[in-house]
Design a protein around this ligand. Structure first.
Ligand code: GLU
Length: 308
């Protein structure tokens, strides 16, 4: 499905393949619709292929039926995918294989620390911890040689681990993984693979060349790029889109009680699409004719104005 504009682009020399990868924790709201629309427009503007992947690795957070609802919402908004959607919960063999590859090259160690123990260890080192803050693991278990079974598994970062990339909108971005993230978890003690590992494996296996997603995921990109390097995968091009916030300036999410995109009424579908387009910096001209015609106009606008 190599389109007219695919090919060499931002250092990626494979035919464009993009994806929208929602976690099925609830229906799409304006924020996730804007991300879906941005990634769909970018794929269409490049003549590329667009996939949907349901990211349900974190089964306790998965809400039953949310996957179907999201797919219905996308379809109602005219955001059609090009290949059958995949569910991460059915792909654990792939994550296991990647993990084994990392074990073979000695990049993994077992960890038995609880969050509380990590907090205590950090406090002893004089680190003050804000509520809900991501903790930089103090490597308590690093040399313990715990068995791989029944423990959380962490990646062993090298001493120097500064990762940089050029976001298509935000420009050059850099993170020092040791001081800003620490050895991160790839498989939890309960056996579930983490988002970081699953997303990297799937983006690779699905041949994803262009990732367009919300800016809230920017700080995850460096971890994912490091894993790509360890596993010998190619790094895709990244575009992080601005987040939709509510009146209080908070990111729209289930936690902030964002309202679902209502697809029961044609008018509300159209209004949501216009607001999502406006958020992406496109004109929010009303949808007079069909949604498809309007989307085609947005593809053109994206080609003219956005990061091509
Ligand atoms: N599943 C993630 C989320 O819904 C997005 C993953 C990604 O685009 O890399 O926040």
């Amino acid at each position: 499905n190599q389109g007219t504009r695919s090919g060499v682009d931002h250092g990626v020399d494979r035919p464009y393949r993009g994806r929208f990868a929602p976690s099925p924790t609830g229906p799409l709201h304006l924020g996730s619709l804007a991300t879906a629309l941005g990634s769909w427009l970018d794929a269409r503007a490049h003549g590329g292929t667009w996939l949907v992947r349901i990211e349900d690795v974190d089964t306790p957070r998965t809400v039953s039926g949310a996957d179907r609802l999201i797919l219905d919402q996308l379809q109602a908004c005219g955001l059609e995918w090009d290949e059958a959607p995949v569910w991460q919960s059915q792909r654990t063999t792939h994550y296991q294989n990647a993990l084994e590859q990392l074990i073979t090259i000695d990049r993994i160690y077992g960890c038995q620390c609880s969050r509380k123990q990590i907090e205590e260890a950090l406090q002893k080192e004089g680190v003050s911890i804000a509520a809900n803050q991501e903790l930089i693991y103090p490597r308590t278990c690093h040399d313990r040689k715990l068995p791989i079974q029944n423990h959380a598994l962490r990646i062993r970062l090298p001493h120097e681990c500064q990762i940089s990339f050029t976001d298509r909108d935000l420009g050059k971005q850099t993170q020092d993984l040791n001081t800003q993230v620490g050895d991160f978890v790839l498989r939890r003690a309960d056996g579930l693979f983490t988002y970081q590992l699953a997303v990297v494996v799937d983006d690779h296996l699905q041949g994803i060349t262009h990732i367009v997603r919300g800016e809230d995921l920017l700080s995850n990109t460096y971890r994912q790029m490091y894993l790509q390097q360890c596993l010998g995968y190619q790094t895709p091009s990244y575009l992080h889109l601005p987040l939709v916030t509510n009146d209080a300036g908070e990111k729209l999410s289930k936690q902030t009680k964002a309202t679902a995109v209502d697809i029961a009424h044609p008018e509300s579908i159209r209004e949501s699409l216009c607001r999502a387009a406006n958020h992406l910096g496109l004109q929010n001209d009303p949808i007079g004719g069909s949604i498809t015609q309007w989307l085609n106009r947005k593809v053109q606008e994206w080609q003219e104005r956005h990061f091509m």
